[in-house]
Design a protein around this ligand. Structure first.
Ligand code: AKG
Ligand code: FE2
Length: 992
């Protein structure tokens, strides 16, 4: 069940294995007379049996496959290395080690006959077969185990283990029997990049009506397949006599003149030209890779040609050496120009290989004519084309779509490429002039759908590129120029062109376009385009949308509405309301009410600390933080691996809080976590906020309702759903004065993050966020009975409150205060109370009652899901999304989240909400008959509370205190309520 621990333990094992790999060959230590310790002996054997250098090479190709996905390698906030990357690389290393060891066991007799291999551990007698077999079994287990622990599906370990089997089985079997063995071996060698790709969680193919596949891993696999022929045949030629002695059936052994060998080497060197061509044609890389790949291939071909003319040992060696250089350079070139690595990655402050390569790319650009060429191409205005201007060439299009078999999901095209290559906003705009609006086309469409798709994709990427550059506060002048430019208006019209049926695939692009327009809408001038924006929103929302698409459209509409009427806004709001999300984004809610960033900075006790990461490393934060409270009895905040002592609200924060409470009806906040992002590279990766501080401190639990006020520089903000199956990502830009409101079970079902700056020149001004929360009272000692009582009280009050006295409603509100919600105000309940049904009431009450209940629920959850493989998988998936990030393992908070995950799991399995009466220990007693009595007592209790309320209208905490006393001092009320309550159906009834 403790997937985390298994997983970590395994990393440690693998790492240890790697560290213990010796650097010196143990052949040398055999030659010396010094006695060898068992550790030294095994280290030497492991290195030789695994063919450590070869396996290292193989592992590198798997790493290239992983990195090409653009998945994170390092989390820059704490310098933690992605465990997936490590597991994939080491896993493939161990699998390769296993295959090599098995191969050596099987070929021991033949190896003994060959000079090159006679000193290997098996033929030299330094290693017994059972030892080598044990090593092979161990590394196969470790390798497939490591691959199984990556967040990818089972594909990676399956490929790993079947590759070991193919190498030690088919390949080794064929080696002495048929020349075809080299071709089989080449297939085995082509698989590691596919493993790396799959280990990053990326699919290798998608069979969805038509079969489509990502180009990158297959091109890498093809490159490796082709490369092995020149590489291996050159080697085999040099050692052909030896191979013949060993009885192996290699082409060079039966080729006295070298004619066949050299022809094969030459032929596969020619085939290898396909790699850069395909990479560019499928859009996997930019076209610079074609230049570099072709140059590398030319070098290989030159060596192959030389060997073809003169089959000397020296020329074979030359081919071999060129292949050794060729492959790493080809892989490097591939990732340098890979389209995916240039894409903005969605992982908050995670660094990908793409980020690491940025400096290298920039250097390349500054040294190369390529940028100049791209610019001058843009200067030449596209002339009216005879064919669709979106085609690179008709040929390419046909290659891409072969009877519905889509080879690449990203067809390349000319306008797209010009947009990608443009280094200025003017360049982007100029490139888009070639895009025709519907009805403007002056050429015949060969494949209508493809063109519309490309037009839409190109529109979206142009807008995205513009937004990325110009969204920051440092780009105001240029942004104003852009939004006045008629070509910008044209882009918006393009984004709003009606979609013909059957091209829904481009809906995403349309939404991306809207998001970008929203991001560029901070200036009033945007209203010039209001009709077109409105039309685009209406068009986008005319078909079913994913949740993330709905929130994007609503957000864009809301931003437009700040400056102009927006007819589509109502519809967007309806769509979003139907999703019933536990968060909402309110653009500009406090735009006019906030002190400036500088005023905040001057008054906030901000500090950056050293924090301890999950892996135990100590890193200093880029983000500065403070924990502020507006009451004496609120406890510390434990967060991001540090404990933050409370400090009083400065006036700036009080001002912001009051304004916020004015605007968000019913919201009440008395504490705030404050963050300062001083520069563009401070960010906050996906996480959920903690529900409490130190449980023993007074008022150390926070209500579920929480609001983030954004001040200063604009930044991207994201939510991602943890427990839903559909595409549940939500991305927004937060501007000065925007508010994000999180309610209900938001922290349990979603994570949120703040991205790094989008542009390192114009988006780097400081940003402050105030994360307002409300501290809860602890009502009573956290016993099961009290839990049940609390539940009963709430339920009962709700029941009598429907048609009774106002005072009962007041009492409900006061007691609700203890539990972080107001039951009395239906408007508040609906919109902001964060409580929509009795289940939530119970959850909130349970949270408020503290640690004991969590422990109990944890024990119960463990019992309910223990040993369930499906749950383990679910837990792992959720863990991989970072659900437990920031919680000390096995801490109260960790256990509370575990319980949530278990609840969700059971809920999904049963297809119904999870909290049932069984969650409480005793069976429910039947409804009591003394309800009139109880009602009277409750009403009089409510009167007491109402009086307290009259006495001091403003100080709710006193009222709460009165309610608390009331509950504790009148055990009789509680007793009666207890005996009356808990009918099972009540649990899921919506309130009101
Ligand atoms: O800066 C923000 O907008 C959010 C910060 C946040 O999520 C946090 O501090 O927990
Ligand atoms: Fe947060």
């Amino acid at each position: 069940m403790m997937v985390r621990w298994q997983r970590r333990a395994c990393v440690v094992v693998v790492r240890h294995h790697w560290r213990s790999r010796p650097t010196s060959s143990s052949v040398a230590s055999v030659a010396s007379d010094r006695p060898e310790s068992p550790v030294q002996r095994w280290a030497g054997l492991a290195s030789e049996l695994s063919k450590a250098r070869l396996s290292g090479f193989v592992a590198t190709t798997a790493f290239a496959g992983y990195a090409a996905t653009g998945a994170p390698l390092v989390y820059t906030s704490n310098l933690e290395v992605s465990s997936d990357a490590v597991l994939a690389t080491l896993g493939v290393f161990a699998c390769s080690a296993s295959a090599n060891a098995l191969n050596q066991v099987i070929e021991a007799r033949r190896d003994a006959r060959m000079a090159r291999t006679a000193r290997r551990p098996m033929p030299s007698g330094r290693c017994a077969p059972h030892e080598a077999l044990a090593f092979a079994a161990g590394s196969a287990a470790a390798g497939t185990g490591a691959l199984a622990l990556t967040s990818g599906p089972l594909v990676a370990p399956l490929l790993g283990v079947s590759n070991v089997a193919a190498y030690a089985g088919a390949y080794t079997y064929l080696k002495p029997r048929a020349e075809i063995n080299t071709w089989v071996g080449a297939v085995v060698g082509a698989v590691p990049p596919l493993i790396g790709w799959a280990a990053a969680g990326e699919p290798l193919w998608v069979a969805d009506g038509v079969l489509s596949a990502p180009a990158e891993p297959w091109i890498l696999a093809l490159a490796l397949y082709l490369w092995q022929f020149p590489h291996f045949f050159a080697l085999a030629w040099r050692h052909r006599a030896d191979y013949a002695r060993g009885g192996f059936s290699m082409v060079p052994c039966d080729d006295p003149t070298g004619d066949r060998t050299s022809r094969l080497i030459f032929r596969y060197s020619v085939y290898s030209f396909a790699v850069p061509v395909l990479a560019v044609a499928t859009g996997a890389t930019g076209y610079m890779f074609a230049v570099e790949g072709v140059a590398l291939n030319a070098a290989l071909l030159a060596a192959a040609h030389r060997f073809r003319r003169d089959r000397s040992q020296a020329n074979a060696t030359r081919v071999f050496r060129v292949t050794l250089l060729y492959l790493p350079l080809l892989l490097l070139g591939f990732v340098l120009h890979s389209g995916r690595l240039k894409e903005d990655h969605d992982a908050g402050d995670a660094a990908t290989l793409g980020d690491a390569l940025d400096p290298l790319r920039n250097l390349g650009r500054s040294l190369c004519v390529h940028e100049y060429l791209a610019e001058s191409r843009l200067q030449r205005r596209p002339t009216t084309p005879s064919l669709c201007p979106l085609d690179t060439a008709a040929q390419t299009t046909k290659m891409m779509v072969v009877r519905g078999l889509e080879v690449s999901p990203v067809p390349s095209n000319r306008v797209q490429r010009l947009i990608n290559e443009a280094s200025t906003c003017e360049g982007v705009l100029a490139a888009t002039e070639a895009l025709p609006l519907v009805g403007e086309e002056t050429y015949s469409w060969e494949h209508e759908e493809i063109h519309i798709k490309r037009r839409r994709l190109a529109t979206a990427s142009a807008l995205q590129k513009l937004a990325k550059r110009l969204v920051g506060s440092g780009a105001r002048e240029e942004r104003l120029r852009l939004v006045r430019d008629p070509r910008f208006g044209r882009l918006i019209r393009l984004a709003g062109d009606a979609l013909p049926p059957g091209v829904a695939a481009t809906r995403d692009a349309q939404i991306d376009a809207l998001r970008s327009v929203g991001a560029l809408s901070q200036d009033r001038v945007i209203s010039t385009w209001r009709h077109d924006i409105d039309r685009a929103i209406a068009s986008a929302t005319s078909a079913p949308l994913s949740p993330g698409q709905v929130t994007a459209a609503r957000w864009a509409a809301e931003r437009l509405a700040l400056f102009a009427a927006c007819a589509s806004l109502e519809r967007c709001r309806e769509l979003e309301a139907a999703l019933d999300l536990p968060f909402s984004v309110h653009p500009s809610l406090l735009a006019d009410d906030l002190p400036s960033v500088d005023a905040f900075r001057e008054t906030l006790p901000l500090r950056a600390d050293d924090v301890v990461t999950r892996s135990g490393a100590v890193v200093s934060e880029r983000r500065h933080t403070a924990w502020l409270v507006d009451a004496d009895d609120i406890g510390a905040m434990a967060y991001s691996g540090k404990l933050m002592r409370p400090q009083p609200f400065p006036l700036t924060v009080t001002t912001a809080r009051d304004a916020l409470q004015d605007r968000l009806a019913g919201a009440r906040y008395d504490c705030a976590l404050v963050n300062l992002y001083p520069t563009g590279d401070a960010a906050c990766k996906y996480h959920a906020d903690p529900g409490h501080g130190i449980p023993d401190e007074p008022r150390a639990f926070w209500a579920q309702d929480s609001a983030i006020v954004s001040v200063g520089e604009v930044r991207r903000f994201g939510f991602r759903g943890l427990l839903r199956d559909d595409d549940d990502r939500h991305l927004f830009h937060l501007f000065d004065g925007d508010v994000v409101h999180m309610v209900s079970d938001c922290q349990d079902t979603y994570q949120h993050c703040v991205f790094k700056a989008e542009d390192d020149q114009t988006n780097v001004a400081p940003r402050i966020s105030l994360v307002f929360k409300r501290a809860l009272y602890r009502v009573a000692p956290p016993t099961t009975t009290n839990l049940r009582v609390a539940w009963s009280v709430l339920e009962w009050l709700e029941e009598v409150g429907q048609d009774e006295d106002d005072s009962v409603a007041v009492a409900a509100a006061c007691i609700g205060e203890h539990f972080g919600m107001s039951l009395a105000d239906s408007d508040q309940r609906e919109r902001f109370g964060g409580t929509r049904n009795l289940r939530d009431v119970f959850e909130a009450g349970a949270a408020a009652l503290g640690s004991h209940s969590t422990e109990e629920r944890y024990e119960r959850a463990v019992r309910a899901v223990g040993g369930d493989a499906g749950f383990d998988e679910f837990l792992r998936a959720v863990d991989d999304k970072g659900y437990f990030e920031g919680c000390e393992p096995d801490s109260l908070q960790w256990r509370a989240r575990f319980v949530k995950v278990a609840d969700k799991f059971l809920e999904r399995r049963r297809g119904e909400p999870s909290l049932r009466p069984e969650h409480l220990e005793d069976p429910a007693p039947p409804p009591g008959s003394d309800s009139e009595d109880v009602k009277r007592e409750v009403v009089s209790a409510a009167a007491v509370i109402a009086r307290a309320l009259d006495d001091d209208d403003d100080d709710k905490s006193e009222v709460s205190e009165a309610a608390r006393k009331l509950l504790l001092q009148n055990p009789r009320i509680l007793q009666k309520l207890l005996s009356k309550s808990l009918h099972p159906e009540g649990l899921d009834h919506p309130v009101g």
